[in-house]
Design a protein around this ligand. Structure first.
Ligand code: PRT
Ligand code: MG
Length: 224
């Protein structure tokens, strides 16, 4: 049995065409079913639905053989509490170039971010992505106080709790709706295929087949 971990929403939706190219059709719609294990048209392949942030954990600990997860999730997963990297034993063969967006710093239009950075002031930044934010500001030599949040980051500067946020941006509509402006582009984000290294050794042929089909079907996929 080959188990693929996906999260509901854009990761699931954008992985479906890649699965189809590998000749794998998911037999149940996760938006309609309450099942967490979905059978596919190939009896030896199944999909497990987990929270986006749990995909690397399932693959790392062998709950799934492979998974699709955002680069943001992967970086945060591969970091200790202090932001330093740790070995996770995850093999990352492909950048699938799906679920694309970018990580950015955003602040209220009235906040002079450039000046705060220039003067070396301490700034308070709210984010779900503490490892990425810590490394980004450390590289710039900016003194930062990070506040960890689990969602609705946009609210933090509006309530005076933080000067700025670090969050994902795709269309920019969320920032605009909350009177925030992007002040810094941190990095491009896309979804990665991650594979459990032990599973790859034990089930090389069927896992390789999926990796190769994904690589062929995602036209801009980059071999890592
Ligand atoms: O939503 P939930 O709490 O269950 O989990 P999640 O947010 O981790 O999962 P999901 O499905 O929302 O995101 C899964 C992955 O999709 C992320 O890890 C990213 O790699 C990728 N992705 C691509 C995005 C976006 N685009 C995106 N726009 N993830 C989140 N957003 C959010 C962003 O955080 C912000 O709140 O959308 C909002 C901004 O969108 P725009 O279009 O208004 O700029
Ligand atoms: Mg979300």
């Amino acid at each position: 049995m080959i188990t693929l971990a996906l999260s509901k929403g854009r990761i699931f939706d954008e992985t479906l065409p890649l699965l189809a190219a590998a000749g794998i059709e998911v037999l149940e719609d996760p938006e309609k079913s309450r099942k967490l294990i979905l059978p596919t048209s190939q009896p030896e392949v199944r999909v497990v639905l987990v929270r986006a942030t749990d995909v690397p954990t399932y693959v790392e600990y062998g709950g799934a053989d492979l998974g699709v997860t955002g680069k943001d999730v992967l970086i945060e997963h591969g970091a200790n509490q202090d932001g330093s990297p740790r070995g996770t034993g995850l093999y990352q063969p492909l950048d699938l170039q799906i679920a694309k967006c970018h990580m950015a710093v955003a602040a209220p239009a009235g906040f002079d971010y450039a000046r705060a950075v220039r003067q070396g002031s301490r700034i308070t930044v709210a984010t779900k992505y503490t490892a990425i934010a810590r490394e980004f500001f450390a590289d710039k030599g900016v003194h930062v106080d990070l506040i960890k949040l689990y969602g609705s980051m946009e609210l933090a500067p509006l309530t005076g709790m933080a000067d700025a946020i670090v969050d994902l941006v795709s269309t920019g509509k969320t920032l605009k709706a909350n009177n925030l402006v992007e002040v810094e582009h941190i990095m491009g984000i896309s979804a990665q295929l991650v594979v459990n290294q032990a599973a790859l050794k034990l089930k090389t042929a069927p896992i390789r087949r999926i990796i190769d089909a994904f690589a062929a079907a995602a036209p801009q996929a980059e071999k890592l």
